[in-house]
Design a protein around this ligand. Structure first.
Ligand code: THG
Length: 369
């Protein structure tokens, strides 16, 4: 397949680390929240092996924040998500489906509770800020909503703990998963969370002071030499094997949280008020008609640019493939697909056609590993 370069412009925002990753050899970009998000530093498979063994530093500034503050901020944040945040604590992150009035997904951010009346919604790729502003206006809520200058650096991989300890001290290793606190780097405080879009362990630094963040970015590579640190980015193979879902790829505004395996983040029993609650109750009582599943495909390479229909032996449509990659672990292509009932069960078989070739596949549970 021919590759094309990306045409940069003001609309396609750079990050404070763009010049650095370009010196370090970024080879592909994707666009996320109207911003450059690195997608490869050479071979994705080499990067996958390195991420599972050592430590990587990622420019994930494209994970933008929607800051909501003010008297009605907790009410507005709760109105947007089906996850019960009534017992949420300051200093914690919460993975929260954002739901519209049809009970469909708008985004799947990490929400940080910074203070009783101050929240950051760390968004996936859709314009949550306009949804929030529309709701606030309609409901006459007393809130302030804007996108702050926050540019996340993620430190991911098993050696991220040693690297972070060397820079920030022992205290950082005591952070619990999805907890955050403030840590000093050369006189500047940074919010650091134990989180990140890989299952290899790691941290995310929410950089507000750009200059200090850039110094810290460089410092990671000086201090990290002994841990074989490398620049990286969210890795397609690692995230599919781990079952980390991607808004816009695996699901979008045509899908509901039950279909996407988010039921543990849906709270219909408590008396919280959120958009789409009645719709979700109805969907739950009627039962879903399709679900995101894993698939294993009998081939060694794939490159998806959109959905691909999945048929069964009788030639009936049973679902669509939404993401896929070659998995070094399974030694075949694996993918994430929306599969219709009654076909969404392990060991169901099917086929799909790519570039005129018919490939056999097997349905399986998520996550793969
Ligand atoms: N970090 C931050 N912001 C983000 C992402 C991130 N915004 C965009 C995107 N990623 C949002 N999507 C996800 C998807 C999964 C997770 C985080 C963000 C995740 N899930 C864990 C899991 O599935 O095991 C834990 C979920 C839980 O609390 O149960 O980490 O990566 N800042």
């Amino acid at each position: 397949m021919k590759n094309y370069s990306i045409a940069k412009s003001r609309r396609l925002r750079s990050t404070p680390y763009t010049s650095r990753i370009e010196k370090q050899g970024v080879t592909a970009y994707t666009v996320y929240n109207h911003m450059l998000l690195p997608a490869a530093f050479g071979s994705i498979e080499d990067s996958y092996h390195h991420l599972k063994k050592d430590v990587q530093v990622w420019d994930v500034a494209a994970e933008r924040q929607v800051e909501i503050s003010g008297k009605d901020s907790a009410k507005l944040v709760q109105l947007m998500t089906c996850r019960d945040l009534s017992k949420s604590k300051i200093g914690r992150c919460y993975y929260c489906p954002i739901i519209d009035d049809n009970g469909n997904l708008i985004n799947d951010p990490v929400i940080l509770k910074l203070a009783e009346n101050k929240w950051w919604i760390s968004i996936a790729d859709s314009d949550v800020i306009f949804f929030a502003k529309g709701l606030a206006t309609g409901k006459k809520f007393d809130v302030k909503i804007f996108e702050p200058n926050v540019d996340i650096i993620a430190i991911q991989g098993p050696k991220s703990f040693s690297l972070m300890e060397k820079i920030f001290g022992k205290k950082i290793t005591e952070l619990k998963f999805f907890g955050f606190d403030y840590f000093d780097f050369k006189g500047t405080k940074h919010l650091i969370a134990r989180s990140g879009w890989s299952k290899q362990g790691g941290f995310e630094v929410y950089v507000e002071n750009t200059k200090s963040g850039q110094d810290l970015y460089d410092h990671f590579f000086e201090i990290g030499l002994e841990f074989n640190v490398k620049p990286g980015c969210p890795n397609l193979i690692e995230r599919i094997e781990s079952g980390l879902l991607s808004y816009g790829n695996d699901f979008d505004n045509h899908d509901n949280p039950f279909e996407c395996g988010f039921e543990k983040y849906v709270n219909l029993e408590s008396d919280i008020v959120f958009l789409g609650k009645e719709k979700l109750k109805k969907i739950k009582s009627e039962g879903i008609k399709r679900k995101l599943m894993g698939v294993q495909i009998e081939t060694k390479e794939i490159s998806l640019t959109g959905s691909v229909n999945i048929m069964n032996i009788d030639g009936n449509l049973i679902g669509d493939l939404r993401s896929a990659c070659y998995s070094p672990h399974f030694k075949k292509v694996i993918g994430i697909a929306m599969i219709k009932e009654p076909f969404c069960k392990s060991s169901e078989t099917g086929k799909l056609e790519i570039e005129g070739k018919s490939l056999a596949l097997k349905v399986c549970e998520l996550p793969f590993i």
